[in-house]
Design a protein around this ligand. Structure first.
Ligand SMILES: Cc1cc2nc3c(=O)[nH]c(=O)nc-3n(C[C@H](O)[C@H](O)[C@H](O)COP(=O)(O)OP(=O)(O)OC[C@H]3O[C@@H](n4cnc5c(N)ncnc54)[C@H](O)[C@@H]3O)c2cc1C
Length: 491
């Protein structure tokens, strides 16, 4: 009999680990608490609009290619990908914005127009960033990071020195660019990593390579199309996906997990892989003596920001917006301070507005706009309706100032989402949106480890363990953990 594997959760990492293990011959069942698979990448429909609930940026198409290639497939077997041009818009003030061209020569010309000579420096910056991307994506992120010895090869040590691990992204960027606008453009992708450019290692300039050279893409129909493709592939491999199954306990005998108890039943398992929030698994699903980490450990983790989100349906088109729009019209330093140093609701937050209906007519009724607004905020804030409403008006005012027209009177559908929803829907530690910040002290072997140290057949995957948060890392996390399971528990 193939070994029975219970996977807790059906986000990117859960689907990835489940599909990979089923492909290797295991008998895999996913137990998911929500009514649909996808985790943070679920969707909902309302009033003719289709909303992706979480991720909206499709970067690193090569990682998705690698994922599907593991199973003899390509993304095109499941969804239709288009490259966005411009990649995104950055709004600096009601009267000043730039559109980031997808074409690299046009991008260099844009840099030159802001700071003469910076186009050539961008070439060198991206040459170094390519090296980091190549080593990072083809080598480092595939390490299970269970021991420092994994990194003890001459080649890897040589790579580490050229990766600028010990230099901050902020000082690295300033060696190439001085104009504040260029620094804002170059530091933007770092915000995805959940820490400030000062606290992020310079090796993450690989994100600039991913964004500027790899491009910003969009799966027609929405990001949930990736989930639908992954679900179809998982089912082709024989994975059983059981929904509305909130896991309540992992039952162990001695040092071995034996059963998974859900709200609907009990499932026997030879191996358990938890892709649900790592802290939730530790604090609610295993006995206190079986935890890897103490409350003190978790209290010291630097979390990536949580988010206040608005899903809006607008009964007209908004010509001045692009598919992705970043509102950098306030001071990032102050916003970062109010996320990381003195956590509180931000005074003047930056925000992000996505209008996928610019690219995809299927996500909004004809003549209307599907609008998704995201404000990064500190985790664990008191989250009530009045606060959400205050921020709604604060950012809508700025959005309207830039687009030069009233939008609020045209909103025919509105839903907000923040900390308490992340907790209720995903059991998210401190209401986190995208896991742990990618600081140096939370990288590779310094991240929560992918295996339980006391229960020999319990593994973890997902955005709180290696390699980290984001869709591509979560896919990789599932594949890495599947290989670790296979090393220890052969079929
Ligand atoms: C608003 C937002 C925007 C983002 N934008 C981007 C982006 O543009 N690009 C990008 O690459 N990344 C983005 N991310 C990050 C990315 O979405 C995540 O890193 C990724 O989806 C995490 O996948 P995961 O499998 O680790 O976790 P999850 O998706 O959270 O999956 C965990 C699953 O476990 C389930 N679960 C929890 N507890 C239990 C239980 N007790 N029993 C059973 N099931 C349980 C949950 O319901 C969930 O389905 C964004 C995230 C958010 C929230």
């Amino acid at each position: 009999m193939p070994q029975r594997v219970a996977v807790i959760g059906s986000g990117f990492s859960g689907l990835s680990v489940a599909t990979s293990l089923a492909h290797k011959g295991y008998d895999v069942t996913i137990l998911e608490k929500n009514e649909m698979p996808g985790g943070r990448a679920r969707l909902f429909r309302a009033e003719g609009f289709t909303y992706d609930m979480g991720p909206s940026w499709y970067w690193m198409p090569d990682v998705f290619e690698t994922y599907f290639a593991r199973f003899g497939k390509t993304p095109a077997d499941y969804y239709n990908l288009v490259r966005l041009n411009p990649s995104y818009k950055v709004v600096f003030s009601p009267t000043e914005a730039v559109d980031m061209p997808a074409n690299l020569d046009e991008l260099k010309a844009l840099f030159d127009s802001i700071e003469p000579g910076s186009g050539a420096r961008l070439t060198e910056f991206l040459r170094q960033a390519f090296y980091k991307y190549d080593v990072g994506i083809n080598n480092f992120v595939w390490k299970p990071s269970r021991s420092v010895t994994e990194f003890m090869s001459i080649k890897l040590l040589y790579d580490v020195t050229r990766l600028d691990v010990f230099q901050s992204f902020a000082s690295h960027a300033r060696k190439f660019f001085t104009h504040p606008r260029l620094l804002q453009l170059i530091e933007f992708p770092i915000l995805f990593l959940g820490a400030t450019p000062q606290n992020t290692p310079a090796m993450y300039s690989m994100m600039n390579y991913a964004e500027m050279v790899g491009g910003t893409w969009y799966p027609m129909g929405g990001m949930h199309k990736i989930i639908e493709g992954m679900v179809a592939l998982a089912q082709e491999k024989g994975v059983k996906i059981l929904l509305n199954q909130t896991v309540q306990r992992i039952e162990t005998v001695g040092d071995t997990a034996k059963r998974v108890h859900t709200t609907q039943g009990v499932f026997e398992a030879d191996v358990v892989v938890a892709s649900a929030d790592y802290n939730h698994v530790e604090t609610s699903l295993v006995a206190p003596s079986e935890r890897n980490y103490s409350d003190e450990y978790w209290a010291k983790r630097v979390m990536a920001p949580s988010s206040l989100l608005f899903y809006l349906g607008v009964n007209k088109r908004i010509p001045k917006l692009e598919h992705h729009n970043l509102f950098f019209d306030e001071d990032f330093g102050l916003h970062a301070q109010e996320i990381y140093e003195t956590p509180k609701w931000p005074s003047k937050p930056l925000f992000y507005a996505s209008a996928p209906s610019k690219t995809d007519p299927s996500v909004a009724p004809a003549g209307m706009e599907n609008l998704f607004l995201l404000i990064p905020v500190a985790p664990d804030l008191t989250d009530d309706e009045a606060t959400r409403e205050r921020y709604y008006h604060l950012i809508m005012q700025r959005l309207e100032a830039y687009v030069g027209e009233n939008i609020r009177d045209h909103v025919i559908y509105k839903r907000s989402y923040a900390h308490r929803d992340f907790k209720a829907d995903y059991n998210a530690f401190r209401g986190n949106a995208y896991g742990l910040a990618n600081t140096l002290m939370q990288t590779a072997i310094l991240k929560p480890t992918l295996k339980n140290k006391k229960v020999r057949n319990l593994f973890y995957t997902g955005q709180l363990t290696v390699p980290g948060p984001g869709v591509p890392p979560s896919l990789i996390s599932g594949l890495v953990v599947a290989d670790e399971v296979a090393k220890e528990f052969s079929v």
